[in-house]
Design a protein around this ligand. Structure first.
Ligand code: PEP
Length: 249
């Protein structure tokens, strides 16, 4: 059975009380489907509240938006993978384009963060994707493959199968301009080929970038997509529940 993943990246929204209220509403509105999982990535301060709110549901999970690669130490403001796990995280985003672009995260950082996530038994959701300039220069595939190789080059097949890849073209994030299912499928196939060559053909590949109620059905009709990573359209629990439901048919 194709089990779709719906990942909600709340970015810098929803504090602990708001997260609890959101998940209460979501759980009321969302009718569970065995063929889909819904993961929530709240800001660090809301991680414990979110994890607690989904604790008894196998199909729902909370994860961190970012981790530091060290397990502990003098890194003011940072959250390590073991600390996120203590707060209830089961997964973490790695290399989100906002981390790369706004916080100067490098390919080498994504390598260390992926390794730290795996060591702490968190599922890394590795975000890759090209900027508009890179796309227009015809560099989409080399950029994506460079990001994969940098973050995952040292990860062996068994661990690699635990990683999830989010193809998120930077030009599509928060812009209202999504990749077409065909555009995304082309890149997903290349990502799968790269993973297969490294012993992990079954790794899940999801798409992110201006996914909404309007385009979800069309995007998920494309079999190359194992799910979606969604920012803006995940912030309202009612419409997010509807979005997850819509794709269920
Ligand atoms: C994201 O933040 O990963 C994202 C895809 O955002 P949006 O859905 O708002 O484009």
């Amino acid at each position: 059975m194709r089990r779709l993943l719906f990942a909600a990246n709340w970015k810098m929204h929803l504090g602990p009380a708001e997260a609890r209220a959101y998940l209460k509403t979501f759980r009321t509105r969302y009718r569970r489907h065995d063929d889909r999982a819904v993961w929530f990535f709240p800001p660090a301060v809301s991680l414990e509240a979110a994890a607690e709110a989904v604790r008894e549901r196998e199909d729902l999970l909370a994860g961190a938006q970012d981790i530091h690669w060290e397990a502990k130490g003098a890194f003011t403001g940072a959250v390590s993978a073991p600390l996120a796990a203590q707060a209830g995280a089961k997964a973490t985003l790695v290399g989100h384009s906002e981390r790369r672009q706004l916080f100067g995260e490098t390919d080498e950082d994504t390598r260390k963060k992926t390794a730290a996530a795996l060591a702490a038994s968190l599922v890394p959701v590795l975000c890759v994707g090209e900027t508009l300039a890179e796309r227009e220069a015809g560099h989409t595939l080399p950029v994506v493959k460079r990001q994969l190789a940098a973050a995952l080059g040292g990860v062996e097949g068994g661990a690699l199968r635990r990683v999830i890849i989010a193809y998120e073209p930077v030009w599509a994030i928060g812009t209202g301009r999504n990749a077409t299912p065909q555009d995304a499928a082309l890149v997903h196939r290349e990502i799968r080929a790269w993973l297969a060559a490294h012993g992990a053909g079954e790794t899940r590949v999801v798409y992110g970038g201006s996914v909404s109620l309007k385009n979800i059905a069309e995007l998920l009709a494309e079999p190359e997509l194992d799910g979606v990573l969604v920012g803006g359209a995940s912030l309202n629990p009612e419409s997010w529940a509807e979005l997850v439901q819509t794709a269920a048919g």
